[in-house]
Ligand binder design. Sequence first.
Ligand code: SF4
Length: 240
Amino acid sequence: MSLSDLCNGVFSSAKALSEGLEEPLKPEGLIDLVNQAIHLSNWLWEEIEERHITDFEDIACKKGCSWCCYKQVGVSPLEVFLIAEHLKNKRIKISLEDIKSRLTALDQITNGLTSEARLSSQLPCAFLVEDSCSIYEVRPLACRGGNSIDADLCRRHVEDMENVQKEEELEGRPYWIHAVPFNVMRTLREGLTTGMKKWDLGQEKLELTAATRIALQEKDALKNWIAGKDIFANGRIKLN
Ligand code: SF4
């Protein structure tokens, strides 16, 4: 199976999931939808591996390596609401109040930054606890697809960005990511948000820290979003 065949299939399945929601839209229906998308993403990882659609042996990502968690993360509203539900209903390593404080403190520094400026801040994601993702079960699709074949280059993107940029200008950007998981997870998110157009919802791309802070702090955030309120005005991703 080619990458484009796989992506076409993923896009159609995710779009059909969103379009197939029951009317009228209810918060629990949307949470169930994004849970299904997460199951689909887990299944896709297994399929990619089992069918040898890509060779994972080169992937350098390992538990305890977290350089990618210093980057700006783009998410859809649905992913944000799933994370907020997870935090409200389950115990993670730290308390909900601590997570809210971490999100607020980080958002005060990173809100509105471009992806480059966000990386230059050298600040980790608010969900990174002891070098592991505290919301691993419900982590964004961008984090699921993100990968690297060169962990040292990831480190240098955080600690030595200026020199990495100079090298890239001279030598071109090195190949350092496996395209299959990256593209499949991105396509899954695009399929979900495209399907949400049927309901006049879900086309905006949000920034993980700001959007999760809003979803946790705003009363009835999901209900208000379904009702068409622009609750994420301060949580959109800033394009370079
Ligand atoms: S959500 Fe988890 S995997 Fe994604 S950047 Fe944050 S800590 Fe890392």
